[in-house]
Design a protein around this ligand. Sequence first.
Ligand SMILES: [Zn+2]
Length: 369
Amino acid sequence: MKKIVYLTILICGLISISGYIPNRAEASGSYTAKVYTDSLNVRSEPSSDSLIVGGLKNGEIVTVSAEEYGWLRIKSDRVSGWAAGHYMKKIDGNVVTASVTVQDDSVQKSSAAARATVLADGLRVRAGAGLDHEILGYLKKGETVTIMDNQEGWVRVQTPDKLLGWVSDRYIAKGETRTAAVSTGKSKNLKGRVIVIDPGHGGDDPGMIGTTYETIEKKLNLSTSFYLEDELRSRGARVLMTRTKNEEKPKLSDRVQISESAGADAFVSIHYNSSEKNTSGILTFYYSDTKDRPLARAIENRLADGIGLKSNGISYGNLHVLRENDTVSALIELGFLSNAKDESIVRGSDYQRKAAKAIANGLEDYFSR
Ligand SMILES: [Zn+2]
């Protein structure tokens, strides 16, 4: 057991060191800003690798004295340090609204236009359809927008403040049907819940390679994640995937970012394990005792319920996607590719389907607490 834990941390630890520094440098100047996310880490330096010195809550007002690479130097009555700028909105300036409230003809014709509900707190509204465009403002989870146009994953919207701009379409739910589920928010099951599935590895990082059948972990992670996606969607959840292709390799910080930007209710990372010993079975990792452990426990309970491989329980894991994540998160190793029996079982779609069901049941149990 000790050995399994050590090896897994060693393996995943190799990929958990990349830091994230947004490359947006901006002019400095002192102003007041408001926090638009449930909890925001305050750090010693403008970097996600630096020490956490405190936290800010939704709605909290801070003074901003400097900006660097998208980070803001803030001071509240309780804490001072650096925090990620995109979760805060300037409130004593007119930067956000002044230049962009001009209505155009398309707005006038929009009485029958499609509506959509915002799924993420602090969703950025940009001047154009792409991440390189200027941020004009922010939307809150549950707000309703009018869809004006769309283009390659981006949607042009009009916000409740009559702001016109572009948002990423993965963070809005089109139509009125989902509005109820989203606005009532915290249901006791998966309906309306936003779940991020993170298929581990990808691109030039294949993960583990099976010793008997040469199964490639990144592919297995993805196929299992697709079963989980289907399972969660069928239960009414809104699912976001950190990657959907074997060639894709999102940075670890970007995987976390997807979950935080979406204001997700849970984040689940899917992996398969390896060990020099002939170890077999499933292992579920958590980072925070208070935030993550209950989710890991709930999922493990279901995985232990006879899906084909035994469970080795839950374990603390100092892994980037858990450690840096404000979202409740778990990382699941669904069997050992270094064990011939495990490998032959986990390759089967039958096992992956059962695992997906068990994880979905675990999430449901977690939200029903
Ligand atoms: Zn892995």
